[in-house]
Design a protein around this ligand. Structure first.
Ligand code: WT7
Length: 596
């Protein structure tokens, strides 16, 4: 279904940072984008923390402006100015030195959005250590796995998360040297507050090569362990340029990014980009709730809101009355990311919230927004938009596995005009990931012929707008979170009753997809309602928020001849879709679901 075009009036176009898309694209260069930042004093390099915090703190007119406005659970508001954030993050950088943390070592956070997060994030970057934020709703198992893969030297967390998530795995992490817990000294770990109080407030950032690693984000593939995507300090050039071009973000904005800081959106656009621009960011300690989110938008006078389609669909489901109770007149731009945004939601927001939603597309690996609908451009509801200035996007001819065909000589076939294919990006933008931790071959497989291959399938219309079609793999997208089926299957198989598991995403009107597991049982275990309940509780405890919402017993799972569970077939059968090419199926009779 087509929702036509939402036109932007002339005054909106003129007021946007990027009013003329064609011209902005023609005139853009990354060299110029870099020159809009200051670089370290004395020409000693480029450091994200300097660009986001210190250069504003050094400026008498900007030092006292609010960088972070934190809304605590009890409703109190705590503010951190740029000057305070500079000094507190200096203290954390000094503290890391005292703890013996060296440049390049990894500092993990398991924190929601709270003031300490920003102090720790920028202190880590100042010390030239690598910041690796984790999703605070992960259970112990995904946290353990990532801390181990990332060779964490330090973990910063809260007392509640320490007890719930870290304590059960602490002994399994001998290489984790320090666990810092926010708040005054307690019984667990080492007190972050005490450490900050003991450290000095002055710090001089050491020489930072723009290519030095800065951020580590884990993402999931179809097989194997999560992949740690490494980003460098130079990424800040793309954070800054795209925050302006795609989010229309300026120093006087009150900006709210609702993503958890453990996901790349919550870091690139929840921590770094708004502060590089010099804006005030709003951080909310509490969980999603439609009514409260309306109140935050209204009471905090949010001007730019970056959120997820799942949240917007829940706004829509809550009806228009709630919107009418609030004054959203401060809101200038709504943008979303992470999963397909239905055109219906864009049109609904335009009518009910008074602003359309600007869909943006990117990935953990791209580090910054690559394709977007812009403040100063019309919107085609349902389309992801057009490539941001400085980004070359293309569609490549697909093979039978859905991925781009790479000829023996390494060449790919680029499709022109109106087309559908694997979405690819010309390699070399500043926030492009520089590697997967300890997996150079996995990294190399992402590139061909000068292109980064995204693994997404997209369509381009005749005017050059991109439309999301699907993913080429079976990674699950639930509420905007990427969930690797392999990680969920491996956890299920640790339960003594489970022989094998196959995990898929099934459509859900709010979350886009929800996780569903099929399991076969070991000899001696019988399917029962109790066992199902026990399995659900087990995965919930181990995995946290990424656990499957339903488990179904199966007498057998379909396998390829090479022994892999055919998730594609499980999904097709679950959804009554065509089963497609079954030539690699090892036993076509498998899977006749048998649940009690
Ligand atoms: C995958 C990347 C970096 C943002 C958070 C997600 C899907 C992302 C859209 C969109 C349809 C989207 C893609 C992509 N995705 N944005 N606007 N429309 N799908 O980062 O967890 O690395 O996931 O999210 O499939 O490949 P991520």
């Amino acid at each position: 279904m087509s929702y036509g075009t939402i036109g932007k009036p002339d005054h909106v176009r003129r007021a946007a940072i990027m009013g003329d898309y064609g011209r902005a694209r023609r005139e853009f260069s990354w060299t110029h984008a870099r020159l809009e930042l200051s670089g370290l004093p004395g020409g000693t390099g480029l450091n994200i923390a300097h660009e986001a915090v210190d250069r504003h703190a050094a400026h008498p007119a900007r030092r006292g402006r609010t960088a972070v406005r934190f809304l605590d659970r009890d409703g109190t508001v705590h503010e951190l100015t740029y000057g305070e954030l500079a000094r507190r993050s200096n203290r954390f950088a000094n503290a890391l030195g005292t703890l013996g943390v060296r440049p390049g070592e990894r500092v993990f956070t398991l924190l929601g959005a709270r003031p300490e997060l920003y102090v720790v994030a920028f202190g880590t970057l100042k010390a030239r250590a690598v910041l690796a934020p984790l999703f605070s709703a992960f259970g112990p198992e995904p946290v353990r796995c990532r801390l181990e893969l990332g060779e964490a030297a330090v973990l910063v967390t809260t007392p509640a998360l320490y007890r719930r998530t870290v304590a059960p795995i602490r002994d399994a992490l001998p290489r984790l040297r320090h666990v810092l817990v926010v708040g005054p000294p307690g019984e667990d770990g080492c007190s972050l507050d005490a450490l900050l109080d003991a450290a000095g407030p002055e710090y001089r950032i050491g020489p930072t090569d723009p290519q030095d690693p800065a951020l580590l984000h884990f993402t999931s593939g179809t097989t194997g362990t999560p992949k740690g995507a490494v980003h460098v300090h130079e990424a800040v050039v793309a954070h800054h340029a795209t925050a302006r071009a795609a989010l229309d973000l300026r120093p006087d904005d009150v900006y709210w990014c609702t993503a958890d800081p453990g996901w790349v959106t919550g870091t690139s656009y929840g921590i770094v980009a708004p502060l590089v621009v010099g804006a005030t960011l709003v951080a909310d300690a509490r969980e999603f709730d439609v009514r409260r989110w309306y109140r935050v938008l209204d009471e905090q006078r949010v001007t730019v809101w970056y959120t997820a389609p799942t949240a917007l669909r829940m706004f829509m489901a809550a009806g228009p009355e709630e919107a009418r109770r609030h004054d959203l007149s401060a809101l200038r731009l709504i943008a979303s990311v992470g999963e397909p945004l239905n055109g219906e939601v864009v049109v609904w927001a335009d009518a009910v919230l008074g602003r359309p939603v600007h869909d943006t597309w990117w990935q953990t690996e791209t580090g910054a927004i690559m394709i977007a609908n812009f403040a100063g451009s019309d919107i085609r509801p349902g389309s992801m938009g057009r490539p941001v200035p400085g980004i070359g996007a293309g569609l490549l001819e697909q093979g039978p596995d859905g991925r781009a065909v790479v000829a023996p000589d390494g060449r790919v076939k680029v499709l022109h005009g109106e087309a559908e294919g694997e979405l690819a990006l010309r390699a070399g933008w500043p926030s492009m990931f520089r590697g997967y931790l300890d997996a150079p071959e996995r990294y190399a497989e992402c590139f061909a012929d000068g292109w980064y291959l995204t693994g997404d399938i997209a369509r381009r219309d005749r005017d050059g707008w991109y439309w999301f079609v699907g993913r080429a793999d079976d990674v699950i997208k639930s509420a905007g979170h990427l969930i690797g089926p392999f990680e969920v299957e491996s956890t299920l198989m640790r339960h003594p009753a489970v022989a094998e598991a196959g995990v898929i995403g099934v459509p859900d009107p709010a979350a886009g997809e929800i996780v569903k597991a099929f399991v076969t049982l070991r000899a001696g275990a019988e399917p029962s309602v109790e066992l199902r309940r026990e399995l659900l509780a087990f995965v919930r405890r181990e995995l946290g928020a990424v656990a499957p919402k339903s488990v179904e017993f199966a007498p057998a799972l379909p396998h390829t001849r090479s022994g892999k569970v055919m998730r594609r077939l499980l999904r097709a059968r679950e959804l009554g879709l065509p089963e497609g090419d079954l030539s690699t199926l090892e036993n076509a009779a498998a899977l006749t679901a048998g649940s009690p």
